[in-house]
Each structure stands twice: as C-alpha cells, then as structure tokens.
Design a binder for this molecule. Sequence first.
Ligand code: DLL
Length: 435
Amino acid sequence: MLNTIWDPQHECMPRDEIGQLQLERLQATLNRACKNVTCYRTKFKGLGIVPEDITSLSDLAKLPFTTKEDLRLNYPYGMFAVPLREVVRIHSSSGTTGKPTVVGYTKNDLKTWSNLVARFMTAAGVTHDDVVQIAFGYGLFTGAFGLHYGSETIGAAVIPMSGGNTEKQIMIMQDYKSTVLVCTPSYAVTIADRIEKLGIDPKTLSLKVGLFGGEPWSEAMRREIESRLSISATDNYGLSEVIGPGVAGECGYKCGMHIFEDAFIPEIIDPETCAVLPPGSVGELVLTTISKEAFPMIRYRTRDITSLEYEVCECGRTMVRMKKTMGRSDDMLIIKGVNVFPSQIEEVLVAIEGCEPHYQLVVDRKGAMDVLEVDIEVTEHIFFDEMKKQRAFLEMVEKKIDSVLGVGVTVKLVEPNSIPRNEGKASRVIDKRRL
Ligand code: DLL
C-alpha cells in the first residue's frame, strides 16, 4: 500500500456493503428532502413517486434530476432542508454569469466535509507532519475553506495564503518550508513560471505534493507541473452544489479519483437522452448526496464528462474511481461537426516545447462556418522579435492541432496574464456563437 488510509472502514468497504449503506442513507435523505424542500416534494409528486418507492439502488433512475436551474429558481435558501438557525456556514458557486448558487452546511456537515477532504489529502500522501500552503482564494469559493479544515483534521500545519501575489507565495514557500501546495492546476503553472523566472531551483524548495483541483487539466499538464515543481501532482474533484472539494481524489497510484461512495452516489448518464449508461461508459456525472443535512442534492447534473472504473484499486480502496474529466458538457465544442474538448487541445499545446498551458479557445461563426481560434499567452520561450519566426511557430502549432483533432484552427499569441481567471480557474472557452 502506497499511503495510509484515513478511514479504512469506509474507504475499503466490500462493494456489496457499500451498496447496502448507500441504500439506507439514500432512503433517509429522500425522506428528509421531500419533507423539508418544496422543490423536491413538488417534483416527486409530479412523477407520482414517494420516497418509499425507492427500495433498491437501481430505483434511483426513477427519480427526477436536479439542475443548476432548480437552484437558481430557489435562490437563495429555497433548497435548504434545515431551518437557517441550524446552518453554520454558507458558500457559493464560482459561476460568472447570473446569480451564484448558495449552499449551506450544518455543524455535522462541516464535520463530514472536513473528513472527506482529510481522506483525499491522506490518499495523496499528506500527513500531520506536513506544512500545507493554501493558494485558493478564501471567501465564498469552497476550495480554500474545504482544504483548510481538511488539513487541520489531519493535523497538518496550514498556511492560509489565499490566492494571487505569486512572488509572496514563493517567498512564503521558501521561508516557511511548505511541503504541500494547494491551488488550481493553472495557478500551479503560473507559480512554476515565476519560480523559473526568479532563477530558483525547485529542488531547493521543501515542496513534495501538489493537491490540484477546481478545473479540468490534462495528463500532459500533470507531467509538466511535476517536472517543473519537482513534486507529485494529484487531482481532486468536487463542486459547491454537492459539498465543495472532497467528492473525489486520487491516491498515490493516480489511476482515477476515488469517489467517496458512503457520502455520494455517482451515476453516468447520456447528456442528450438522460439515460443511465452502463459501467465504464463515458458520459455526464450525476451525483446524489447521502450524508448531508443542510443541502441534500438528489441526482444533481454536474455537466462534467467522465467515466467510472469499479475495479478495486491497488491502494486497497474499494471506492469507485472517476477518470480525469474531459471537461464540462457545456464546454464541449462542436466545430464543423467535430467534438472538441479544451483538454484535447491542452494535450497538444503542452507537448510543444516552450508552449505554456495558458490558453483560451474562442469560437465564432463566419457565415455558416464555425471558426476556432486558440489564444496562447506569450512567455519568454515563445517571444519572437522576428515576425518570420513567430509565423513559423504559429503555423507549426496550427498543424499539430489539425493533425491530432482534425479541425483547422487559427493560433494567436496574446499578452501574458490577459486570459481571465476566476477564483484562479482559467476560463478556457469563449463561444461567441452563443453570446
Ligand atoms: O471548484 C470545488 C473544488 C475546489 C474542487 C477546489 C476541487 C478543489 P465549484 O466552484 O462549484 O467548486 O466548481 C465546480 O469545477 O463541476 C467541474 O466542472 C470543475 N472541477 C472541479 N474540480 C475539478 C477537477 C469547486 N479536479 C466545477 N477536474 C465542477 C476537472 C473540476 N474539473
């Protein structure tokens, strides 16, 4: 076994026992949700379903989905299943358009959340001996507080740095001897860029593990971060509507993120037909919470595209593993009939020497034709004072993308730091056809 396991009783539970536990917890959740949340009660009634009808896990498919639209319609507190006096924390999603979605936690929920985060941090190799530098923004975003409480639960020392101020991050990292870095993968690249620019040898730092999440990132980007920061870079996944970070995380084998199934039931559906797909299929992840009090979510459509692997992992955990997400179904672009995920373009870019993964895809329509432009932030490696050299570089990148994806694109260099980041999350797609 590579690392210790935070909660072996649950994380290594035989699969039939997981199923039994899930069913019991699901039934309790459905009862509470229907009793206390008008939205669920109305939807169930509309379909002629009562919680007692759910007698096996496969009955889950009979239940209605919950979407972001439901949360918007019930803004701010309409989806809460407990009175506000029992809520001790409020967070919000990081959406950039419209009203954010509001989520609440009871005291017990905070305990559950801290434990789930402690699990994936332990799985990634964090122990009470570590010094954890949290470079997520503290605030309504769940990232910083989630990892903060998880670290404290483990007994590690937390440095609540918050996001931004990259040079100070590096100074603190050097002086306080941080061993764990917590941030988005794109911010990890920004830190690596600056470390290089400052002429610091990453091996002189004490960093050993990176816990990166909050946005999709490719295996190629992992390799790049690992070599440039001289760490083991691990992925963890979550979303505010469901709890925040702590839904799933990688163990040392890095072969998918273990979903903590004693707290969540995952399903994969076809995003078009909404049919539940068999194990192993690629589709949209749907999550049901089964241990939350304040904000139960029943069949929440995450829009994230992934697949599930039920084989027991070498680490000993029996909990199902979700593959790195390919991106969100709403980020998938159909360019001249070809489905393109930003992560596929990222794989190509990272493989090109000197091409940093600070990029954005801009889609537009010229006449009846879709056109895709790939904007890449200029770095020292790809700064050319000669136009001819720049043109040759751009053509080479265009050719590579075309040969891998089969779509013609235009590549453009843009100013450093000009691609907007929200909560440290890079914004990968602008679809002008939808604007
Ligand atoms: O991003 C929670 C989080 C914070 C997870 C820190 C991990 C670390 P939201 O702001 O609500 O919550 O955004 C959730 O971000 O539906 C995915 O599309 C994306 N996302 C989160 N983690 C990953 C990941 C937090 N590891 C949305 N890989 C989700 C790919 C991710 N996408």
